[in-house]
Design a protein around this ligand. Structure first.
Ligand code: SF4
Length: 110
């Protein structure tokens, strides 16, 4: 798996992504069923509220080799402060409608 992660820009002040990297390393969370090697292509924020730029971030991750786009858990679960993104559904719909057919999308990381 060649993985590109999109995270919440607002959450960067609270979190350096430690749990995301741990989940990849230890194949836990959403990666628990992944048998292949996981190569992290990029880890980038959404571009800020209201997430209109997120589709450009996904495109860039794919251009650089990602075959899977994941939302970091901060976006839909609201970790680590219990505050999910109010634009998450729109952001997900926007990204998925723009993804090539061969690219997987994961809702969370850990
Ligand atoms: S759009 Fe959502 S994910 Fe992006 S910075 Fe704002 S709250 Fe965070």
């Amino acid at each position: 798996m060649k993985l590109g992660i999109i995270r919440c820009m607002q959450t960067e002040d609270f979190c350096p992504g430690t749990a995301d990297f741990q989940a990849i390393r230890e194949k836990t969370g959403v990666f628990s069923q992944v048998t292949e090697e996981i190569i992290l292509i990029g880890f980038i924020n959404c571009g800020g509220c209201p997430a209109k730029k997120s589709v450009l971030r996904a495109r860039e991750l794919i251009r650089r080799g990602a075959d899977t786009i994941a939302f970091a858990s901060c976006i839909q679960k609201g970790t680590p402060i219990g505050y999910p993104c109010p634009f998450a559904k729109k952001m997900k719909d926007l990204i998925i409608s723009d993804l090539p057919d061969n690219i997987r999308f994961l809702d969370n990381t850990h």
